[in-house]
Write a protein that binds this ligand. Structure first.
Ligand SMILES: CC(C)(COP(=O)(O)OP(=O)(O)OC[C@H]1O[C@@H](n2cnc3c(N)ncnc32)[C@H](O)[C@@H]1OP(=O)(O)O)[C@@H](O)C(=O)NCCC(=O)NCCS
Length: 257
C-alpha cells in the first residue's frame, strides 16, 4: 500500500468542513455513470443540495458516525507561511458503527455459527417505462437488505458510509489511508467491516482487504427515461459490489523477521 504524501494529514471533521466534503463527493463522482444519470434527470448534483448538507450535519451529530478528512497542509505559493487559513480538503471517509452503544463492551464481534443466506438480487418492477425513481427505490431496497444481512442484532461491526478523494489527489494513497483509519480500528477491536462500493472503487477496497460477497447489477439504460449520455454512448451495466473485510488479528510473533 502507498504511504500517505507528507503534506497530507488526517483529522476529524468539523461543521466548517461540511461544504468542502460535499464538494469533494461531487467532483469525485463526476465520472460515475450512475451519478451522471441521476444528476441529468434530477437537474443537478444531489451533493450540492441543502438535503446533502442536512444529511452530513446529521452524521456529524451522530456519535455512531466518524467523519475523517484528509487535509493538504502544503502552503500554496500565494500564501505567507504565517497566514492562518483552513487547509484544503483532499478527501474524506465516513465510517459507521453498529452495536457500540452497549457500554459493557459485551456485544460479540462476530455472530456464532454459519452466516445466513445472502439477500436475493431484487427483481425489476413490472410497470414500463422504468424511471430514475425506480432505480433509487431498487438501490435503496438492496442497501436495506444487505444492511440487515451484514448487521445482525447485537453484533458489532463498522461500515463505510462514504469515501471520496478529489480527482486531482487520486492515486497518491489518500483513499487507502482514509480507509485504513477505520480498518485499523476494526483490527484493534477484532470486528469485521463492510461497504456497498461504487463500481469504480472496487479495486481500492480490495487493496485494503475487502472481498466481494454479492452485488447489485442493473442496466442503467432501463431507467434512463430517454436521456442519452453526453458522449452519445449507452449508459450500460452498473455494478454495486457488497464487500466485507475480516479483522486481521495479530498474534504474538506476527511481524517478526
Ligand atoms: C475510490 C477512491 C476513494 C480511491 O482514492 P485514491 O486516493 O485514488 O486511492 P489510493 O491512491 O489510496 O489507491 C488505493 C488503491 O486502490 C487502487 N485503485 C484506486 N482506484 C483505482 C482504479 N480506478 N482502478 C484500479 N485500481 C485503483 C490503487 O491502485 C491502490 O492500490 P494499491 O494500494 O495496491 O496501490 C477514489 O478513487 C474516489 O474518490 N473515487 C470516486 C468516488 C467513489 O467511487 N468512492 C467510493 C464510494 S463507495
Amino acid at each position: 500500500m502507498k504511504s500517505l504524501p507528507p503534506n497530507i494529514v488526517l483529522t476529524e471533521a468539523s461543521a466548517a468542513d461540511l461544504p468542502a466534503i460535499a464538494e469533494t463527493a461531487r467532483v469525485a463522482f463526476l465520472s460515475d455513470t450512475h451519478t451522471q444519470l441521476k444528476d441529468l434527470v434530477n437537474g443537478g448534483s444531489w451533493f450540492t443540495s441543502s438535503d446533502a448538507q442536512q444529511w452530513l450535519q446529521s452524521l456529524l451529530d451522530n456519535p455512531q458516525i466518524d467523519i475523517i478528512v484528509a487535509r493538504n497542509q502544503e502552503i500554496p505559493p500565494d500564501r505567507s507561511p504565517t497566514e492562518v487559513y483552513p487547509a484544503p480538503i483532499a478527501g474524506f471517509s465516513i465510517w459507521g458503527k453498529r452495536n457500540y452503544d452497549d457500554t459493557t463492551n459485551s456485544a460479540p464481534a462476530a455472530p456464532p455459527g454459519p452466516r445466513p443466506p445472502a439477500p436475493m438480487h431484487p427483481s425489476l418492477p413490472v410497470h414500463r417505462p422504468l424511471t430514475v425513481r425506480d432505480l433509487e427505490f431498487i438501490t435503496n431496497q438492496s442497501m436495506a437488505d444487505w444492511q440487515g444481512y451484514f448487521c445482525p442484532p447485537s453484533v458489532r461491526c463498522r461500515f463505510v458510509v462514504s469515501c471520496s478523494v478529489r480527482p486531482e489527489y487520486q492515486g497518491r494513497g489518500i483513499g487507502g489511508a482514509l480507509l485504513r483509519w477505520g480498518i485499523d480500528k476494526c483490527d484493534d477491536e477484532g470486528v469485521y467491516c463492510w461497504v456497498q462500493s461504487s463500481m469504480g472503487a472496487l479495486r481500492a477496497y480490495e487493496a485494503v482487504g475487502f472481498t466481494e460477497v454479492g452485488r447489485l447489477e442493473l442496466n442503467l439504460d432501463d431507467f434512463s427515461e430517454g436521456h442519452s449520455r453526453h458522449d452519445g454512448k449507452g449508459w450500460g451495466i452498473y455494478v454495486w459490489p457488497y464487500m466485507r473485510r475480516e479483522p486481521t488479528i495479530l498474534r504474538s510473533g506476527d511481524g517478526d523477521a
